[in-house]
Ligand binder design. Structure first.
Ligand code: E4P
Length: 218
């Protein structure tokens, strides 16, 4: 399973990359705004800075919601770096744009996906990634993980190459259950990745090993 970090914060991206387990980055307009990145040139420069840290897979989201606007923006984003994946919302013009980008060899991430039907459309349009938002579904009393399972099953039935990118991941159990289901990618904040390190028996065991070593060696 690929690990993507869901942030536009450069130091979090660098920390996850330095851990040696990072496969990519997802951003969205809210995450960019959270870092205070505003204005065309600053946004473009920030995406380039992210690309300079990681090896591949930097999702950069379009703001336009009409076909021509999505194509114009997506092409400009794709020109920043070969690592860019154009993130397109699950709307009618977005699906048409994904089909167009696919024919042009531009990778896409279809975002804001909340149903199997939407995921089916994204795959048929040729999206490289589909992003079902599991945390936001859980927030409204739906089962986000069940949606991941359903999409994995549907894609397996037909051999779609679109990768299932579990998004809106809030905690380690989300991540682990996505891995059990067979999601291709999980994107989450840095703390979810680093929380995987923690186990009290690891801490206890290490303290014991170090104490025994000290006793024997002085
Ligand atoms: C991923 O591509 C999305 O931008 C992100 O996972 C949304 O997460 P949130 O529901 O925590 O905002």
């Amino acid at each position: 399973m690929k690990f993507f970090i869901d942030t536009a914060n450069l130091s979090d991206i660098q920390e996850a990359y330095d851990l040696g387990v990072l496969d990519g980055v997802t951003t969205n307009p809210s995450l960019m705004a959270k870092e205070g990145i505003a204005g065309h040139d600053k946004v473009m420069a920030h995406y380039k800075a992210i690309c300079n840290i990681v090896d591949d897979n930097v999702s950069a989201e379009v703001i336009a919601t009409d076909f021509d606007g999505i194509i114009k923006e997506g092409k400009e984003l794709a020109k920043i770096d070969d690592k860019i994946v154009v993130k397109v919302p699950m709307i009618k013009d977005g699906v048409k744009a994904i089909k167009y980008f696919t024919s042009e060899g531009i990778r896409t991430n279809c975002t804001l996906v909340f149903s199997s039907g939407q995921a089916l459309l994204a795959a048929k349009a040729g999206a490289s990634y589909v992003s079902p938002f599991i945390g936001r579904l859980d927030d409204v009393g739906s089962d986000g993980l069940q949606l991941i399972q359903d999409i994995v099953d549907i894609y397996d039935n037909y051999g779609y190459i679109t990768e299932v990118l579990a998004a809106s991941v809030r905690h380690t159990m989300h991540l682990i259950q996505c891995a059990e289901i067979g999601a291709d990618v999980v994107t989450c904040p840095l703390n979810v990745i680093t929380s995987l390190l923690n186990h009290p028996l690891t801490d206890k065991g290490l303290a014991q090993f170090l104490a025994d070593h000290k006793k024997a060696n002085g």
